[in-house]
Design a protein around this ligand. Structure first.
Ligand code: MEV
Length: 424
C-alpha cells in the first residue's frame, strides 16, 4: 500500500527526484525504475512482441497522484502522449479526497467466446439441443485449461442466441468463462475452438467464427466518487458540469467526446500496464449504447449536500498475466507501482482513473475552456522543437502567452534574440 498518494511539489521535481519520491512512498528501491529506462526494452525485446520490428516507440510514463481507492492511497501509472491528462486526473482525485476518494467494485472477471453456427436447418431446435447437452460442452471447454479451473476460473455458463441476419439465422453459442487474472482472450478462444466441432455436430450445422466478444458486458467495473463542492469552485460550476453531462447523455455527438475524455484516463492506465487498449476501447464504446443510442458512459448528479457525485460502470477486460504485462519491463514496473494483486483490482483502478479524467475535463470545459492550458503546453512543445533550453523555454512560453502568438517563426525569433542577448 502506498504510504500516501499526495506527494508535495511532485509536478515540479526533476525526473530523478520524482523516481525517488515514488520509491519512498511505495517503500521500495528506486531500482524499480531501471526497468523504465529507455534502454531496458530494445528492438530485440520488441521483436518478441511484434513483427517486422526495426525500432521501439516510446511514450511518457507518469503516475497520477492524490488517488484514494476504497480507503487506500494508491499511485496510478499512466502512459500517454497527451499533455494535461495525468495532471488532470491527479487534480480530480484531489477534489474527491475530502469525501473519501473513489469507491469501486466489479463483477467476476467473466469473458465470453462466441461460436457462430451456419447452415443450421432448425435453429430453434438446435438451440434447445445444445442447451440439453451444455454440461458436456462445458466439461470439454474446461478440459482445455485445468490450471484456470484449479484457481477458481473456467466456464461458468453457456448461452445460445439466435441472430437474424440478412441471409440466415445464425445460432450463436456463448461460453461464459471466468478468466481470473488474465485478460482472457487466449483462454476463451482456445475453448471456443475446442468445443466448436461438438456444438456444430449437435446443431447439425457448421462452425464458422470462434472468437471472444469484446462486448465484455459480464466483466464490468464501477467507480463512484463525491467531488467536493468548494474544491470544484461552487454551485455554479456544479450546475454547469451537470449541463455538460446532460448534453452527453442526450446527444451522441457530445457523448463521443465526453467518452473520449473518459478513455484518456482508461487507455493510459491500460497501456502503462501492458494491456490491450483496443479491447478495452471496443468494450467501452459498445457499452455506451443505451436503448439503441450512443450515450455517456458516466453519470453525474448533485447529492443531498450539494456536492457532485459521479459514477462510471463499464467493461474493463485487463489482466496481470499474458500479453505484454510480464514481458515489457515498463509494464512490470507500472504494475508494481499500482500495487494491485488481482486483475479486478487493476480494473477498478482503471475505471477510477476514467471517472477522474472525465470530471477533470468537464470542470475545465464548464469553466475556463481547454485552450488556455493547451496553448501553454503547445508553446512549450514549440520551444522544445526549436531546441530551447529549460530556462529559455520558460521565457518563450510566457512571451507567447502574453502576445497570444503561438507560431514557430515567433519562437525562433525570440530564441535568436535571447541567444544574441538583445530584445525585440
Ligand atoms: C480531450 O482529449 C478530451 C476532452 O475533449 C474531453 C471532453 O470534451 O469531455 C476535453
Amino acid at each position: 500500500m502506498a504510504e500516501t498518494s499526495r506527494i508535495a511539489d511532485f509536478r515540479n521535481m526533476p525526473v530523478d527526484e520524482r523516481r525517488t519520491a515514488v520509491a519512498d512512498v511505495l517503500g521500495t528501491d528506486v531500482d524499480l525504475f531501471s526497468q523504465v529506462n529507455s534502454d531496458s526494452f530494445g528492438p530485440d525485446d520488441a521483436a518478441n512482441l511484434s513483427e517486422n520490428v526495426f525500432g521501439v516507440f516510446s511514450l511518457p510514463l507518469g503516475v497520477a497522484t492524490n488517488f484514494t481507492i476504497n480507503g487506500t492511497d494508491v499511485l496510478v501509472p499512466m502512459a500517454t502522449e497527451e499533455a494535461s491528462v495525468i495532471a488532470a486526473a491527479s487534480n480530480a482525485a484531489r477534489i474527491a479526497r475530502p469525501q473519501g476518494g473513489f469507491s469501486t467494485s466489479s463483477t467476476e472477471p467473466v469473458m465470453q467466446a462466441q461460436i457462430q453456427l451456419i447452415n443450421v436447418a432448425d435453429p430453434h431446435a438446435a438451440r434447445t439441443r445444445i442447451l440439453e447437452r451444455q454440461a458436456e460442452i462445458i466439461d470439454l471447454a474446461n478440459d482445455q485449461d485445468p490450471k484456470l479451473v484449479e484457481v477458481g476460473g473456467g466456464v461458468k455458463g453457456l448461452e445460445v442466441r439466435l441472430v437474424e441476419a440478412r441471409t440466415a439465422t445464425y445460432v450463436l453459442v456463448h461460453l461464459l468463462v471466468d478468466v481470473r487474472d488474465a485478460m482472457g482472450a487466449n483462454a476463451v478462444n482456445t475453448m471456443a475452438e475446442a468445443v466448436s466441432g461438438t456444438v456444430a455436430a449437435i446443431a447439425e450445422g457448421d462452425a464458422l467464427l470462434r472468437i471472444l466478444t469484446n462486448k465484455a458486458d459480464r466483466r464490468l467495473s464501477r467507480a463512484r466518487a463525491v467531488f467536493d463542492r468548494d474544491l470544484l469552485g461552487g454551485d455554479e460550476v456544479i450546475d454547469n458540469i451537470l449541463h455538460a453531462y446532460e448534453l452527453a447523455a442526450a446527444d451522441p455527438y457530445r457523448a463521443a467526446t465526453h467518452n473520449k475524455g473518459i478513455m484518456n484516463g482508461i487507455s493510459a492506465v491500460v497501456l502503462a500496464t501492458g494491456n490491450d487498449t483496443r479491447a478495452v476501447e471496443a468494450g467501452a464504446h459498445s457499452h455506451a449504447v443505451v436503448d439503441g443510442r450512443y450515450s455517456s458512459l458516466s453519470t453525474f448528479e448533485k447529492n443531498a449536500d450539494g456536492d457532485l457525485v459521479g459514477t462510471l460502470e463499464m467493461p474493463i477486460p485487463v489482466g496481470l498475466v499474458g500479453g505484454a504485462t510480464r514481458v515489457h519491463p515498463a509494464a512490470r514496473a507500472a504494475l508494481q507501482i499500482a500495487e494491485v494483486s488481482t486483475a479486478q483490482d487493476l480494473a477498478e483502478m482503471v475505471v477510477a482513473a476514467g471517472l477522474a479524467q472525465n470530471l477533470a475535463a468537464l470542470r475545465v470545459l464548464a469553466t475556463e475552456g481547454v485552450q488556455r492550458g493547451h496553448m501553454s503546453l503547445h508553446a512549450k512543445n514549440l520551444a522544445a522543437s526549436a531546441g530551447a533550453t529549460a530556462e529559455e523555454t520558460t521565457i518563450i512560453v510566457n512571451r507567447l502567452i502574453e502576445e497570444k502568438a503561438f507560431r514557430f517563426d515567433r519562437v525562433q525569433s525570440i530564441l535568436d534574440e535571447l541567444r544574441s542577448g538583445g530584445s525585440q
